[in-house]
Design a protein around this ligand. Structure first.
Ligand SMILES: *[C@@H]1O[C@H](CO)[C@@H](O)[C@H](O)[C@H]1NC(C)=O
Ligand SMILES: *[C@@H]1O[C@H](CO)[C@@H](O)[C@H](O)[C@H]1NC(C)=O
Ligand SMILES: *[C@@H]1O[C@H](CO)[C@@H](O)[C@H](O)[C@H]1NC(C)=O
Ligand SMILES: *[C@@H]1O[C@H](CO)[C@@H](O)[C@H](O)[C@H]1NC(C)=O
Ligand SMILES: *[C@@H]1O[C@H](CO)[C@@H](O)[C@H](O)[C@H]1NC(C)=O
Ligand SMILES: *[C@@H]1O[C@H](CO)[C@@H](O)[C@H](O)[C@H]1NC(C)=O
Ligand SMILES: *[C@@H]1O[C@H](CO)[C@@H](O)[C@H](O)[C@H]1NC(C)=O
Ligand SMILES: *[C@@H]1O[C@H](CO)[C@@H](O)[C@H](O)[C@H]1NC(C)=O
Ligand SMILES: *[C@@H]1O[C@H](CO)[C@@H](O)[C@H](O)[C@H]1NC(C)=O
Length: 416
């Protein structure tokens, strides 16, 4: 009897205990999950030294943190999914406690004045898809730990003062579509692991201090549309496989020390190309005839190289507006040569504005067809060539021509 009563009391007790423990645990779980995001946001706020629009005044205990300025929470969980404080004139550093916002998908802090380093704790944000830190004053290296953000799609770090190399660990971010490291001070070579980023559509490392070669592995990036590596110290040649990436729209490798030539079939393998900018390098050989088959081309910027031979017809390039071929060895120099016929092929380009071809070996005479250039045309530079004969009076048709230079040629006759 006694025994069973005890048993019963015991049972009753443990049931109450169970409920109590359950409620306690549940309460603690709810409050810690809630609280960890709130505490992380407050820790983030604590490192903001200037907030000119007083956005973070709303970050106080009178409202739930999901209502705070720039904070978005998920529907199901009471967790921060987006932190968007871009263009708010904020100064300070990015708190390492940002790594505690475990449900964060988008971190948008671009166009502020954040200083110091990107905290490696960002690597704890396994759900992060967008990391926008562009146009701040961030220093130090790109943390290797970002490679743990396996869902990352956009990694935008342009216009900061980041140093060191591009971490080869980034090659594991198989969902990355856009990388922008423009205008930092990154050094070292482009890691060949970048060729593993098979979702990549755009990579820009413009204006850094990168050296070494362009890795062959980039030729595996079959979704690539934009390849911008201009203003660095890259050498070697452009890997031939890159000219097979048929979705490419923009190639900008300007101002490096790239040698080699352009492949004969470029206009067929890159049918979507709009911008080919490889000026200020050491490209040799001739401009491929097939360039005229890249019918979407708008910019052709090959000035400051060692290109030679005849300039091919550009007749099919109806969207072309900007052509620079200055400071090369183009043309054959004689007076009875056909160096100038490509000019007449440009009369189809209804948007043409700029043609800069000074410092070459162009011979022959200036054809009258230049009078049929588009009315949009503003600048023609043909100085320092071997052009003879007279300047055709049809040049007077070009009503918007502002800059016309023919100095240092072999011209005769009056200037119309
Ligand atoms: C963030 O998480 C770490 C590790 O769990 C913890 O030590 C730290 O106190 C947390 N930060 C905040 C502001 O709660
Ligand atoms: C706290 O935030 C609310 C808006 O959420 C704001 O109206 C109030 O002024 C804030 N309090 C302080 C002391 O800044
Ligand atoms: C950058 O932020 C400033 C305010 O600090 C703003 O005036 C400017 O329009 C922003 N730029 C962009 C591109 O959003
Ligand atoms: C970058 O930030 C500075 C100051 O914060 C601002 O003046 C400038 O307009 C920004 N540039 C861009 C491209 O947003
Ligand atoms: C960075 O990643 C390493 C290796 O995954 C890890 O051990 C370390 O804790 C991470 N650091 C931070 C600050 O998250
Ligand atoms: C990534 O790239 C490197 C260098 O190109 C290669 O050695 C490695 O096997 C690749 N890893 C994966 C997972 O594809
Ligand atoms: C480019 O692609 C074509 C057709 O798929 C192939 O025959 C050629 O070998 C490729 N060239 C390079 C350099 O990869
Ligand atoms: C390529 O361009 C040339 C010169 O403009 C033209 O004659 C030829 O038909 C084009 N080829 C193709 C396949 O479009
Ligand atoms: C310029 O175009 C007009 C009209 O299409 C044509 O009659 C003329 O022959 C062309 N002039 C030259 C020099 O090509």
């Amino acid at each position: 009897m006694r025994h069973s009563r005890l048993n019963c009391a015991h049972l009753h007790c443990s049931w109450l205990l169970f409920i109590a423990v359950f409620m306690l645990c549940f309460g603690v779980i709810v409050s810690t999950t809630n609280d960890s995001d709130r505490l992380a946001l407050l820790a983030f706020k604590a490192e903001i030294t200037s907030d000119p629009f007083e956005r973070l005044n709303s970050w106080n205990d009178s409202t739930d943190f999901c209502q705070w300025y720039g904070v978005t929470c998920g529907h199901r969980h009471h967790k921060v999914t987006v932190l968007d404080l871009h263009s708010q004139g904020l100064s300070g550093s990015i708190s390492l406690h940002i790594g505690n916002l475990s449900f964060l998908r988008e971190l948008r802090l671009q166009n502020n004045s954040f200083r110091l380093e990107i905290p490696p704790q960002i690597g704890q944000l396994r759900r992060l898809q967008m990391l926008y830190l562009s146009n701040n004053s961030l220093t130090g290296e790109i943390p290797k730990n970002i490679s743990a953000c396996s869902n990352l799609v956009f990694l935008l770090l342009e216009y900061n003062q980041l140093v060191g190399g591009i971490p080869l660990e980034l090659g594991s971010l198989s969902n990355l579509q856009t990388i922008d490291f423009t205008a930092n001070q990154l050094t070292g070579s482009i890691p060949s692991s970048m060729g593993n980023l098979t979702s990549l559509e755009a990579i820009s490392c413009y204006q850094n201090c990168l050296s070494g070669i362009i890795p062959q592995s980039l030729g595996r990036l079959t979704k690539l549309k934009t390849l911008i590596l201009g203003s660095n110290g890259l050498s070697g040649t452009i890997p031939p496989t890159i000219f097979n990436l048929s979705l490419l729209i923009e190639i900008d490798i300007k101002a490096n020390q790239i040698g080699g030539g352009l492949p004969e079939e470029i206009g067929f393998t890159l049918p979507n190309l709009q911008d080919l900018s490889i000026g200020y390098n050491q490209l040799a050989g001739s401009i491929p005839l097939s360039i005229s088959n890249a019918t979407n081309l708008r910019r052709l910027d090959l000035g400051g190289n060692e290109l030679s031979g005849k300039v091919p017809s550009l007749a099919n390039l109806r969207n072309l507006w900007f052509v620079t071929l200055f400071t090369n060895n183009l043309g054959s120099g004689g007076s009875n040569v056909d160096d100038m016929s490509f000019l007449c092929s440009l009369t189809n380009s209804a948007k043409l504005m700029v043609l800069v071809m000074h410092e070459n070996r162009l011979g022959g005479t200036l054809p009258a067809c230049i009078g049929n250039f588009s009315a949009t045309f503003v600048a023609l530079r043909l100085g320092q060539n071997l052009i003879s004969g007279e300047i055709p009076k049809e040049i007077g048709n070009l009503v918007n021509l502002e800059a016309f230079r023919m100095d240092d040629n072999l011209l005769s006759g009056p200037i119309p």
